[in-house]
Write a protein that binds this ligand. Structure first.
Ligand SMILES: [Zn+2]
Length: 184
C-alpha cells in the first residue's frame, strides 16, 4: 500500500490527508468552491470572447451585445430599456438598439480589450455606387426615418457621396452601424 502524505488543498491552501492519490481538495466544500470558480472563469472567458467580436465601430448595439460589453445582464438591460432609463432606438420588432455612447455615458468605458490596442484601423469601404445604399434605401431597410439616417451618418462620420440627386453611403459601414448580431 502506498503511504499517503499530506497535500496542500488547491482551494484553501490548508494541508490535508488525501483520501486518494488524486485528491486535490481538502473537503467537499473546497472542491465545490473550486468548481464554481472555474465555471465563473469559463463564463467570463466566453463573454470576453464574444465581446471581442463586436466591432468597436458599431455604434448601435443590440441588448445582448451591450450587456456583454458593459458587463450588465441582458435581463437588467431589457428592464432598464423598457423603463426608459436607457434610451434606445427601435429598429423593428425585437430589434432594440442602444447607442454605444449612451452606454458609455452611464456605465463608463466598455470592457472591450481591443479598445486599448492603439492599432489604427483601416477603413475598408467602397464608395462605388454598387457598394452603397441611398439614404432612402437605408431608411427603408432599417425602418427608420431619412432624417434619423442623416443624423446618424453625421454623428458617426460615415462617408457619403452625392451622385446626381442621391446621397450614397457605403453598405459595409451602414450594415455595421445598424446590424447587431441578431442571433445572440
Ligand atoms: Zn480546502
Amino acid at each position: 500500500m502506498i503511504k499517503r502524505i499530506n497535500k496542500q488543498c488547491f482551494n484553501c491552501g490548508e494541508e490535508f490527508l488525501p483520501k486518494t492519490v488524486a485528491s486535490v481538495y481538502c473537503s467537499h466544500i473546497c472542491s465545490k468552491k473550486a468548481y464554481k470558480q472555474m465555471k465563473r472563469l469559463k463564463n467570463e472567458a466566453e463573454i470576453k470572447g464574444m465581446a471581442d467580436k463586436i466591432p468597436e465601430s458599431r455604434a448601435f448595439l443590440s441588448v445582448p451585445e451591450a450587456g456583454m460589453l458593459f458587463g450588465i445582464s441582458k435581463r437588467t438591460l431589457y428592464r432598464l430599456v423598457e423603463q426608459g432609463k436607457i434610451p434606445s432606438v427601435n429598429l423593428g420588432t425585437r430589434l432594440v438598439r442602444i447607442d454605444r455612447s449612451v452606454m458609455e455615458g452611464i456605465f463608463g468605458p466598455a470592457r472591450n480589450l481591443r479598445q486599448s490596442e492603439s492599432v489604427p484601423k483601416k477603413k475598408l469601404y467602397s464608395l462605388e455606387k454598387e457598394d452603397c445604399y441611398t439614404i432612402g434605401e437605408i431608411a427603408e431597410k432599417f425602418q427608420i426615418s431619412e432624417s434619423s439616417v442623416n443624423t446618424h451618418i453625421r454623428k458617426y462620420s460615415i462617408p457619403t457621396r452625392q451622385i446626381g440627386k442621391y446621397v450614397y453611403a457605403p453598405k459595409s459601414e451602414i450594415d455595421n452601424l445598424y446590424n447587431g448580431n441578431n442571433f445572440i
